[in-house]
Write a protein that binds this ligand. Structure first.
Ligand code: NAP
Length: 297
C-alpha cells in the first residue's frame, strides 16, 4: 500500500493528552473542573454506544461527565426546559444533545436553544456564522478532527485544491470553511454535482462526507492526494458469519490507498477524532466562560 496511513488512534491520543494537561492546569490555576452534560433522548442503540464513549473519554481526560437520559416520548418543551437549566448552570461547561432526537422534537429548535458558549457540537447558527466569518467559534468536532489530521500530514495547505464531497452543516460545510481558512481552493460537491470523478481527479485534498459505502472509487483519486474519509457505513459481512456486519467508509479504501499519498482508514480514522475534539471543545468552552484564552490549538 503506497499511501501513508493517517492513524486516528495516534492523532486522538495526542489531542486527549493535550486536553488532559489543560484540564489539570485549569484545576490548579482556577479550581475549575470542566463538565460536559450529555443528553440522550430515547434508547437508540447506536446513540447509547456514542454516549458511553463520550463518558469514557471524559474520565480519561479529567472532565466531569453529566448524563441525562430521557424517555423516548419526551416532549420538545421538556427537553428545551432541561437545556435552559443546563445553560444557566455555572458548573456545566458544555452541552451535547445526542442526535437524532425522536420525531416529536425539532433538532433545529434544540440547536437554537443551546447557549453558543456551551455549544460543544458547534452547530448553533452563531458558531456556524462565526466560523464562516473567520472569527473564533466552537467548531464541530468531526470537521475539526479531519482538519487536525490534514495539518498533521501537511502543515502548509495553502494553495492546494480541496474537494469536499457532502455539504451538511455537521461535516461538509465546516470542513470547507476550515480549508478556506487554510487558503485552500475549495470545491464543495453534493448530490447534484456533475462529473464528480473529474472534480476528484483534480483535488490535492479529498474529503468524503457522503454516507455511501465505498462510493469514491480508487481511480477518482489524484495520485499523491490526501484522502480524508469521514463516512461511517455499516454493511453486511457474510464472510464473518451469518448476520454479521462491518464498518466501511465512503471511499473504496483498498483501491484508493494504492493511489493516494495519505489516507484515513475506516474504522480507526476520523471517527476516533470526533470524541477527542469534543473533549477539546469542552475544555475551550470552560476557558471562554471563565474569560480565559483558548488553551489548545
Ligand atoms: P448527510 O447530512 O446525509 O449529508 C450527506 C451529503 O452527501 C449531502 O450533502 C449529500 O448531498 C451528499 N451526497 C449524497 N449522495 C451523493 C452523491 N451521490 N454524490 C455526491 N454527494 C452526495 O451526512 P453527514 O451527517 O454529513 O455525514 C456524512 C457521513 O459522515 C456519514 O457516513 C456519517 O455517518 C459520517 N459521519 C461520521 C462522523 C464521525 O465521527 N467520523 C461524524 C458525523 C458523520 P445533498 O446535500 O445534495 O443531498
Amino acid at each position: 500500500m503506497p499511501a501513508t496511513l493517517i492513524d486516528g488512534k495516534t492523532y486522538a491520543a495526542r489531542v486527549k493528552a493535550k486536553v488532559a494537561e489543560g484540564v489539570a492546569a485549569l484545576g490548579a490555576s482556577r479550581s475549575i473542573t470542566p463538565a460536559l452534560a450529555v443528553v440522550l433522548v430515547g434508547a437508540d442503540p447506536a446513540s447509547q454506544v456514542y454516549v458511553r464513549a463520550k463518558g469514557r473519554a471524559c474520565e480519561e481526560v479529567g472532565i466531569r461527565s453529566i448524563e441525562h437520559r430521557l424517555p423516548d416520548d419526551t416532549s420538545q418543551e421538556t427537553l428545551l426546559a432541561l437545556v435552559e437549566t443546563l445553560n444557566a448552570d455555572p458548573q456545566v461547561s458544555g452541552i451535547l444533545v445526542q442526535f437524532p432526537v425522536p420525531a416529536q422534537i425539532s433538532q433545529q429548535a434544540v440547536i437554537d436553544a443551546i447557549d453558543p458558549l456551551k455549544d460543544v457540537d458547534g452547530l448553533h447558527p452563531l458558531n456556524a456564522g462565526r466560523l464562516a466569518s473567520g472569527l473564533d467559534a466552537m467548531v464541530p468536532c468531526t470537521p475539526y478532527g479531519a482538519y487536525l489530521m490534514l495539518k498533521g500530514v501537511r502543515e502548509d495547505l495553502s494553495g492546494l485544491k480541496a474537494l469536499v464531497i457532502g455539504r451538511s452543516n455537521l461535516v461538509g460545510k465546516p470542513v470547507a470553511q476550515l480549508l478556506l481558512r487554510e487558503n485552500c481552493t475549495v470545491t464543495m460537491a453534493h448530490s447534484r454535482t456533475r462529473d464528480l470523478r473529474a472534480e476528484a481527479r483534480a483535488a490535492d485534498i479529498l474529503v468524503a462526507a457522503i454516507g455511501k459505502p465505498n462510493f469514491v472509487q480508487g481511480d477518482w483519486v489524484k495520485p499523491g492526494a490526501i484522502v480524508i474519509d469521514v463516512g461511517i457505513n455499516r454493511i453486511p459481512a457474510p464472510e464473518k458469519g451469518e448476520g454479521k456486519t462491518r464498518l466501511v467508509g465512503d471511499v473504496d479504501f483498498a483501491a484508493a490507498s494504492q493511489i493516494a499519498g495519505a489516507i484515513t482508514p475506516v474504522p480507526g480514522g476520523v471517527g476516533l477524532m470526533t470524541v477527542a475534539c469534543l473533549m477539546r471543545n469542552t475544555l475551550i468552552a470552560a476557558h471562554r466562560q471563565a474569560g480565559l484564552a483558548d488553551p489548545v490549538e
